[in-house]
Design a protein around this ligand. Structure first.
Ligand code: EPZ
Length: 422
């Protein structure tokens, strides 16, 4: 397994290009199954998760070509409505094919994404929405098996705000007979982008980004040529790099309207952030101020930036409290940050962070995607060398991270498995 070596305490400067959004493009890729023909998606990040989703589409029978950040998905001949366990277990988001296959092929067989319907990372809200639209769903040997002669419009009130369930319901409703009202929906920019993608295919959707989404079912959708939005979490991660190293960075292609809460928090810890012609410019403070973080659905502070904020607050001048409101156990980065000298105590869904003057480089283990990003950020500011193991986690969601950071002055390199470290 590859690892990253980082020599800390380097000041950064320059421009980092922001890639397309991972969490926007994955549902768009699934949505291409709602029609037959050639769909093109531009500004697609070159990520492991994108290749995993591409492989699922290939198994279903679509032809997928990815070149120069452009995806071409030909669904003319797809015919196998199934997403197998060995791919779904690699990436939960492959379950997104459930709704399009059901809506277009009238049947689907998709592996549960690890755990069970209401277990860790549950899908009960997805099931509730699809059953309300008329699907018959049964669970068999770890698979969700769904069929529906016809989907019909209805009113759905989600018990809790779920990005995935909102996306699935929206996709299924586009081809249902009649009108569908979705309430208590996710308002994330990635949901808005999916609605725009579906509308470009001929869907009739309004209200995405608000509390109520209305969808008028249509007979058929057409393939589209669509440009993906920039990745707001990648943007936030590189903002955090500027803050934690006290550097000035320009993030090219960043869309400041989707990161208002992240900008607010970076300013609270002392950064200056301004909109420039082709993105945003972030200047980190000489002393990082402590602050408190509460993660909740958009437009609140995103859970996908929680680990990155914990790295920043580990070297702030005072105590901070991080409350995780989405995934209460999402703290696997805390013990690894403590190996670098951070002082963090976890109590239920809260992390009490006491800032320290400096971190010491060490060997640490990447775990989930965003926890890995937090370790890279800590490595940038730690004294000496930090070795991050299991970086395949980071390759799932960050395109060319070591090239992007090395290009602005970070002392960072990847050691491929089997290479020696000289
Ligand atoms: C999306 O996951 C993102 N993934 C996640 O980003 C992100 O953390 C999450 O939304 C929250 O913003 C993609 O977009 C591919 P949810 P999703 O359904 O849709 C509970 C990253 O780092 N829930 O909004 O799976 C669930 O357990 C990834 O890029 C149910 O109880 O998240 C969680 O506590 C990690 N029942 C909460 O809702 C359900 O049926 C929010 O989950 C569905 C969800």
């Amino acid at each position: 397994m590859d690892k990253l070596l980082i020599r800390g305490r380097e000041r950064l400067s320059g421009t980092i290009p922001i890639s397309g959004s991972k969490n926007a493009v994955l549902p768009m890729m699934a949505a291409s199954l709602l029609t037959r023909g050639l769909t093109t998606i531009r500004n697609v990040p070159d990520l492991v998760d994108v290749h995993t989703m591409s492989n699922v589409l290939r198994i279903i029978g679509a032809k997928v070509v990815f070149e120069d950040n452009v995806l071409q998905i030909d669904t003319e001949t797809f015919n196998y409505p199934e997403a197998p366990y060995d791919l779904v277990r690699k990436m939960r988001a492959t379950y997104y094919v459930l709704a399009p296959l059901l809506a277009h092929m009238k049947k689907a067989k998709v592996s549960l994404p690890g755990g069970c319907v209401i277990g860790p990372r549950p899908v009960d809200q997805h099931i509730k929405a699809l059953e309300a639209l008329g699907a018959r769903i049964r669970l068999e040997k770890g698979y969700i098996i769904a069929d529906a002669e016809e989907l019909h419009g209805c009113e759905i009130f989600f018990d809790l705000v779920s990005v995935g369930a909102t996306a699935q319901a929206m996709m299924a409703a586009t081809l249902a007979k009649g009108d569908t009202i979705l309430e208590n929906v996710a308002k994330e920019p990635e949901v808005v982008a999916l609605a725009q993608f579906l509308s470009s295919m001929g869907a009739k959707i309004k209200g995405a980004g608000s509390d109520i989404i209305e969808i008028k079912g249509v007979e058929q959708l057409q393939p589209t040529d669509f440009t993906n939005i920039p990745d707001r979490i990648e943007t936030g991660t590189y903002m955090a790099a500027a803050v934690i190293t006290g550097s000035r960075l320009t993030l090219e292609g960043a869309d400041q309207k989707n990161i208002k809460t992240i900008i607010r928090k970076m300013r609270e810890v002392g950064a200056t952030v301004k909109t420039v012609k082709n993105g945003i410019e972030v200047a980190g403070p000489s002393v990082i101020k402590p602050t408190d973080i509460h993660t909740h659905p958009f437009p609140a502070f995103p859970t996908d930036m929680q680990a990155q904020m914990m790295a920043i607050l580990s070297v702030a001048d005072g105590r901070s409290v991080i409350t995780e409101g989405i995934y209460p156990e999402r703290f696997s980065h805390a013990p690894e940050l403590c190996r670098l000298g951070a002082q963090i105590v976890i109590e239920d869904n809260k992390a009490l962070v006491t800032g320290v003057h400096k971190l010491e480089g060490a060997s640490v283990m990447a775990s989930d995607l965003r926890a890995s990003a937090a370790l890279v950020l800590a490595g940038l500011v730690a004294d000496g060398e930090t070795e991050i193991l299991r970086v395949y986690h980071i390759d799932r969601g960050y395109e060319k991270i070591e090239e992007k950071l090395a290009a602005v002055g970070a002392q960072m390199k990847r050691i491929k498995e089997g290479d020696d470290e000289t």
